[in-house]
Design a protein around this ligand. Structure first.
Ligand code: SF4
Ligand code: SF4
Length: 170
């Protein structure tokens, strides 16, 4: 399996399943798709997994892709900024995983609530136990695929360091 195939397989597993069995966006007005209300200049941004950028060539109406400040192998990790609601089947893997996240500790891949969700996501209060079990299961399957790919695994280490900065601030 190539890196892009691994990312596509992970996205595919999370095509239909959602954090709650009902529409969790109705609880919060889809807060994770909105710009930060405390930061006028902000736009929603999602870090893309390795090679995921290739799935967005020529699709610039609702989004743009810019360089983030994170580096993977010396190159910036692409950041997708959405200016309009995305076509659902185009949403990045990061959005499909949210409010869960992969997290590497002692060279083991863990599944955690995303620290970046704390200020916005009402699902954080009940943690993983409050999420749709099918969603949690599919995320685990997706992460196993990503972890088996060398490039994605490398990215998961970079992502974990990024999450640690939020933990430090939070
Ligand atoms: S912020 Fe949380 S509850 Fe709201 S739409 Fe996003 S994942 Fe669902
Ligand atoms: S890409 Fe789609 S799902 Fe992700 S934050 Fe933007 S609008 Fe929401």
């Amino acid at each position: 399996m190539t890196t892009l195939e691994a990312v596509q397989a992970a996205r595919g597993l999370l095509e239909e399943v959602t954090p709650l069995k009902t529409d969790c966006g109705a609880l919060c007005g889809a807060a994770c798709c909105k710009d930060d209300p405390n930061d006028e200049g902000s736009v929603s941004g999602m870090l893309l997994f390795p090679e995921e950028e290739k799935l967005y060539k020529g699709q610039d109406v609702w989004m743009e892709i810019v360089d983030s400040s994170l580096l993977l192998d010396g190159a910036p990790v692409p950041l997708l900024l959405c200016h309009l609601p995305c076509p659902r089947r185009k949403r990045p893997l990061a959005c499909r995983l949210f409010p869960l996240t992969p997290y590497v500790k002692d060279d083991k891949l863990l599944l955690r609530m995303d620290v970046r969700a704390n200020p916005i996501c009402p699902l954080c209060a009940s943690g993983k136990a409050g999420l749709n079990p099918e969603f949690v299961q599919k995320v685990k399957e997706a992460l196993r695929i990503l972890w088996a790919d060398e490039k994605c695994r490398e990215y998961l280490y970079v992502l974990t360091e990024h999450l640690k900065e939020y933990e430090f601030l939070g």
